[in-house]
Design a protein around this ligand. Structure first.
Ligand code: ADE
Length: 227
């Protein structure tokens, strides 16, 4: 998979891709993440990429031309499956969308900033608009990192134990069960005995019951879609 991220603040989004699982995915050649600085695509003086909103009002708007130039340059080099715009008025991101995106080959993710981007850039180029929740961030960079992380870890081979992504919370609309590691006794708290029994069927049954209980008490809304 290849993910091209267009941003006016590339430094803000570099770090998550250079550590841990995402870094390993890059090293293994399973994903390429390329950051593009929107300022490299403007023809305006002083690398200007934003301007005041027509009609007035506070806040700057990212101009359509640098966005068009960057997306068109990328699209002239390869086919893209989706051109995604990170925005609070997009479709709310969830595991199902992450699963769908993990099957794609090439993605562009455009990060907004300031008051957003000129509407004509959305009309002309954007195929999917994603929000990571009902709150407003200063820009789309952190949201793009969230989406990329959720997607990349699903690519086969990225996680060393392939079953571990399948047993994540939300994969089957259940929250994950509690987990424990050494020591078996910590102060007044012990690990549930069944987990020390070595009896795989019983452990799986316990985990399922715990997952169901957790979902019923914390997120009963998920059970409507329980598979
Ligand atoms: N940009 C600003 N806020 C955002 C949000 N909640 N989701 C995605 N992109 C955003």
């Amino acid at each position: 998979m290849r993910i091209d991220i267009i941003t006016c603040l590339p430094q803000l989004i570099e770090s998550p891709f250079n550590h841990s699982i995402l870094q390993r995915a890059k090293i293994k050649g399973l994903v390429e993440v390329i950051l593009h600085d929107l300022r490299d695509y403007t023809t305006y003086k002083h690398r200007q990429i934003d301007d005041y909103a027509f009609g007035g009002g506070a806040g700057m708007v990212l101009m359509v031309e640098p966005i068009a130039a960057c997306i068109r340059s990328l699209q002239s080099q390869r086919q893209y499956d989706e051109v995604i715009y990170m925005t609070p008025d997009g479709e709310t991101f969830n595991q199902k969308i992450a699963n769908q995106l993990s099957l794609k080959g090439n993605l562009i993710i455009l990060c907004g900033h300031y008051k957003g981007i000129d509407e004509r850039a959305r009309q002309k180029f954007i195929t999917k608009e994603i929000s990571i929740g009902d709150y407003v961030l200063s820009g789309g960079e952190l949201a793009a990192a969230v989406v990329s992380d959720a997607v990349i870890r699903l690519i086969p081979g990225v996680l060393s134990d392939e079953t571990s992504a399948l047993s994540d919370s939300f994969q089957d609309n259940l929250l994950a069960p509690p987990v424990y590691t050494r020591p078996a006794v910590f102060e007044d708290l012990t690990v549930p005995e069944v987990l020390l029994s070595g009896h795989e069927a019983k452990i799986n049954e316990w985990r399922f019951e715990q997952a169901l209980h957790r979902t019923q008490t914390r997120r009963p809304d998920l059970l409507k879609n329980f598979e």
